[in-house]
Design a binder for this molecule. Structure first.
Ligand SMILES: [Zn+2]
Length: 86
């Protein structure tokens, strides 16, 4: 017979590179406007876009390329992962 654990504790923080080649983020999109022509670009992280071997808590570069005017730029995001007691 199983009983519910009592006094279970989670310790530590998630660190280091995650061994995930394609880390998708279902439900997440990142939008930005081209700094040159102003067109809106959308990166859909549940469809096609992903973080490659991300490290939790460390900045990851997100690259944009505007096909209207051939402008390239980047921004940074931080992947926070939390494990908590239910
Ligand atoms: Zn542009």
């Amino acid at each position: 017979m199983f009983t519910e654990g009592e006094g279970m504790k989670i310790e530590g923080t998630i660190s280091g590179t995650l061994d995930v080649k394609r880390f998708y983020l279902p439900g997440v999109t990142i939008k930005d406007n081209c700094p040159k022509c102003g067109v809106e670009l959308i990166k859909d992280f549940s469809n096609g876009e992903y973080l490659s071997y991300p490290t939790a808590g460390k900045p990851e570069k997100i690259h944009f390329w505007c096909e209207e005017c051939d402008e390239e730029w980047s921004g940074e995001v931080i992947l926070d992962i939390n494990l908590r007691m239910r």
